[in-house]
Design a protein around this ligand. Structure first.
Ligand code: FES
Length: 141
């Protein structure tokens, strides 16, 4: 069996939503201290709380790039509240699997989106439960 699924290869070689949004409504940047990879997510949100655009910049491995690409596809056009519910597991499933040592790369995508949503909430004075943004044990492998 190939190490990476066709989906991972597709999103790595042809990543969707790469780039930056000027004047984004929310920006989230996270990193993994162990591997040194960094992911940045930009959100554009309309008045109804719908994510009308999302872009990412990832300095990282193939799995991190594929995870960010897939994660942006999964939340584009969705309400912010739904984006918050996106788990790394859902990203891995959508990618048709990641090798066990690469699962942390998908966690980075979940965290970057959460950080961007938190930034959007903070900028707009929207109240939220701080528990929502508590760190998972994401940096474990
Ligand atoms: Fe760390 Fe992929 S090796 S994000």
């Amino acid at each position: 069996m190939a190490l990476y699924s066709d989906k991972v290869m597709d999103h790595f070689t042809n990543p969707r939503n790469v780039g930056k949004i000027e004047n984004a409504d929310g920006v989230g940047e996270v990193g993994n201290a162990k591997c040194g990879d960094i992911m940045k997510i930009y959100l554009q949100v309309d008045d109804n709380g719908i994510i009308t655009d999302v872009k990412f910049n990832t300095f990282g491995c193939a799995s991190a790039i594929a995870s960010s690409s897939m994660a942006t596809c999964l939340i584009k056009g969705k309400p912010v509240s739904e984006a918050l519910e996106l788990t790394n597991k859902a990203v891995v499933e959508a990618l048709e699997g990641l090798p066990a040592v690469k699962v942390h790369c998908s966690v980075l995508a979940e965290e970057a989106i959460k950080a961007a949503v938190k930034d959007y909430y903070d900028r707009n004075g929207i109240e939220y439960d701080p528990e929502t943004f508590k760190e998972k044990h994401s940096h474990e492998e």
